[in-house]
Design a protein. Structure first.
Length: 226
């Protein structure tokens, strides 16, 4: 979990954010170069639910899951954040979910107030922030609709989503274990494993271990995920 003590290198003076590097104050590159990198190990918490949302995070390498624990103790994964994604953006002052590293993860940690100040003076940065926020909202809406589909349709959609975000080839190297996939799709791990086997037997996919997926029939996956 990121603490305010850990975050001190990103501020100066009386909690005033460090400005972007010289020469980038009015450049759209300023957003991508702000903050400082931090590394988190497998399953390490980056922030917790209800903690102050003082920082934003951009994935440099690895993958992050954001989730909530339901009243009955079940975990609902809300989103997976992959290299290039920004997360931790909230409409309020506190985080509505928790964030954890799936494996070894490096993120850039950005002071929220500094990002907002940059957006105020840099139209390109403001546009980038808007586009990232809109993309996350679209994914959240798609995820909500996904949960009313059949198990087969959910897994097909997930595989095509990961393919579009991770690779342009006909294979996907998933960064998350099957339990994470199950908690994202609202299914049991047994159902997810059964659907993988079903897809493999139908020659829709090929399996090489539990995480490397060869997409043998993308047309069939697209039909199921539509």
């Amino acid at each position: 979990m990121l603490t305010l003590t850990q975050a001190k290198p990103f501020t100066s003076g009386s909690d005033r954010a460090v400005p972007p590097p010289a020469g980038l104050e009015n450049s759209s590159d300023a957003l991508s170069l702000m903050g400082a990198p931090m590394t988190f190990s497998r399953n390490e918490e980056i922030y917790g639910e209800s903690e102050p949302a003082d920082y934003l995070y951009k994935v440099v390498s690895g993958a992050v899951r954001t989730y909530r624990v339901l009243d009955d103790g079940r975990r609902q994964i809300i989103a997976f954040h992959l290299p290039g994604d920004m997360f931790g953006m909230e409409f309020g002052d506190a985080h509505r979910c928790s964030a954890e590293a799936i494996g070894s993860v490096t993120v850039r940690v950005l002071k929220r107030s500094a990002v907002l100040a940059l957006a105020d003076r840099d139209s390109d940065a403001s546009r980038q922030i808007w586009e990232m926020t809109a993309r996350e909202l679209q994914r959240a809406q798609d995820h909500t609709l996904l949960l009313i589909k059949t198990a087969e349709e959910r897994l097909a959609y997930f595989l095509m989503e990961m393919h579009s975000r991770l690779s342009a080839r006909n294979e996907v190297n998933l960064p998350m274990p099957r339990q994470d996939i199950a908690d994202y799709l609202g299914l049991t791990i047994e159902t997810v494993s059964r659907m993988f086997t079903q897809f493999e037997h139908a020659s829709t996919i090929g399996l090489s271990g539990s995480r490397r997926i060869v997409l043998r029939d993308r047309a069939a996956l697209n039909r199921l995920s539509a």
